[in-house]
Design a protein around this ligand. Sequence first.
Ligand code: C5P
Length: 307
Amino acid sequence: MALARSRRMAEGERVDKPGNIVERARAKINLTLSVVGRRADGYHELRSLVVFADVGDTVTLQLGSSPNVSVAGPFGADITGRNLVAEALAKLGQREPRLQLGSVEIEKNLPVAAGLGGGSADAAALLRAIRRANPENADTFDWIGFAAELGSDVPVCFVNRPSLMWGRGEKVLPLTSLPSLAAVLANPGVPVPADKTTQVFRRLSAPPIPETLPDPEPPPSITRAEDAIAYARAHTNDLAEPARDVIPACREVEAALASCDGCQLARISGAGPTCFGLFLSTEAAQAAAQQLSRSHPNWWVRSVTLG
Ligand code: C5P
């Protein structure tokens, strides 16, 4: 499968043509992430409250064209090695030859290997585009099961709504009552090891757990932003400490976010290094993003709404 690089494309630039299916691959944020233990298969049993930001990549499926994947956008050149979208396309073609596929263009607006689930969100967006293109298979194919084969974050990105995620990541319960949250995302732009997530998980000394566990209780119904922030504060990201060890720049980003006026909570998302700060208003988040962009011009900083 060819992985071509097309010209650099400005963020947001997009040309929709007939026959194209466009899906947004939004940044994934782990508001909370607790590690219950190490499973017999080597993966870790998680409980995570996941939300999505209103920034992301764009995945365009051009139906009927040969199944190539091309990458454009501000961070397109940073994708090296494994491309989950190319993997998803190739595997799906073998698994379900009846599915109508095509070529894929990824507009990469999110930093890569950032803890924002970018590659997973792109693969999940492709699956949603293919499901839309194949309505007769929409209900007969196990999209979530296939998503889980691609990676632990792909199922929740496929659902693309605030969710409780558990198991290795393959179990997802969409939550209807979570309010939108004003936030700032900040990424230090430092190089990260290709196997960053594996390194972060390896540093945990999580206890072995039984093969079957009861499903977790869903979080309480939360309707006010203040309560969502209080819920996030009362829980942790268990990957934060190992993430700081693997990528020391995480500490500086968390501290810079925490020092912004009005920041209610600053935390690493997933295995980092992107951190998020929660605010009580969009204005406060925008002011903080401006302040951070001025003081750290090399960081990727965005004021966003999480939901
Ligand atoms: O599933 P995915 O390929 O995204 O996982 C990357 C790595 O992160 C795995 O190889 C594993 O080391 C670690 N991981 C884990 N437990 C999870 C998810 C990921 O140990 N629930």
